[in-house]
Design a protein around this ligand. Sequence first.
Ligand code: PLP
Length: 393
Amino acid sequence: MQKTIYLDNAATTAVRPEVLDAMMPFFTEWYGNPSSVHEFGALCNVACDKAREQVAKVINADPKDIYFTSGGTESDNWALKSAALAKKEKGKHIITTKIEHHAVMETCEFLERQGYEVTYLDVDDQGLVDPGALEKAIRPDTIIISVMYANNEIGTVQPIREIGRIARSHGILFHTDAVQAFGHIPIDVNEDNIDLMSASGHKIHGPKGVGFLYMKKGVKLPPFMNGGHHERGRRAGTLNVPGIVGMGKAAEIASGEMSKNAKHLSGLRDRLISGLSEAIPYTKLNGHPTKRLPGNVNMSFRFVEGESLLMLVDEKGVSASTGSACASGSLDPSHVLLAIGLPHEIAHGSLRFSLSEENTEEEMDYTVKVVKEVVERLRSMSPLYEDMLNGVA
Ligand code: PLP
């Protein structure tokens, strides 16, 4: 049996047919610029405002506080760089964590080169930030706290409400990168005390290249993109109308199906976790056992190398992902896996399987079978594994 099973939905998802249907007329028929005053423009403007309402509803936000962007990366850059610029008279200290996505991490590193100071908080061995440690890290010159809602590699969901409460009680801006959480788990920007939140369309069966930044009323950050009066003067650039319409539709569907999908996905997730753990010795689940995204499985397989495992399971029709090589192609292990305390060699032998509601129990069982076969094959060639069996290691 040779199938192709896509288990890399944290990287990106398939656009749903309903989403594509909603987008198509904005390429071919109603291709106006929403800034134009004629009917074409007005129609597009109305469509973007509808999308604004659709995404706002998912997080209990006022639609006026939604600013469309080109995706999660831009939203993260905007939030952090503009907050740093706007608050530099108050201070130059930023608090974030050691497990953020590169879009936050590298923006913080950029700001360090501009003279800002960044505290990168540790996480525990399941990837959780300690709110007490976060509060202790706050200084009089702290201007922004950025903690991701849920981790893209290990799926751990942070105590965001508590972190937001701490930030607010100290009068510090709170940003969360919710790219992996939006549309998958409930978010309420008011209850969660969120000032700034990044989200992206392509993680929820919407199109790539579109996202938004939620900016709470009263939080007046300067624009990141200059050049026009779009998005109420906060984000210049002609609106990506089909993308925005698609993201709105995808958000509406994701929200309507959230509890049904979460139930289905967490069932599949737990089946895959227990299947792999039972079938293959010397495996470890990474991330929190319960405070984790419904569709995330991240496992380490000792005595194997993640890249080889990834390629060999791909040959057998299972598309997963490894955090062990960063985008630059270097073989540094994932900063997230190191932050939860995995030794380099175990971090290197890790795979992430990120599921979608399209996946089935049969696919999970097939994945277990394939991963078991490949791990056994790779271990049979590993001198370290042999040493361990012979009691040398
Ligand atoms: N933040 C997180 C947590 C992500 O997982 C991603 C994408 O993988 C991004 C930000 C970047 O989002 P985008 O691809 O929309 O730029």
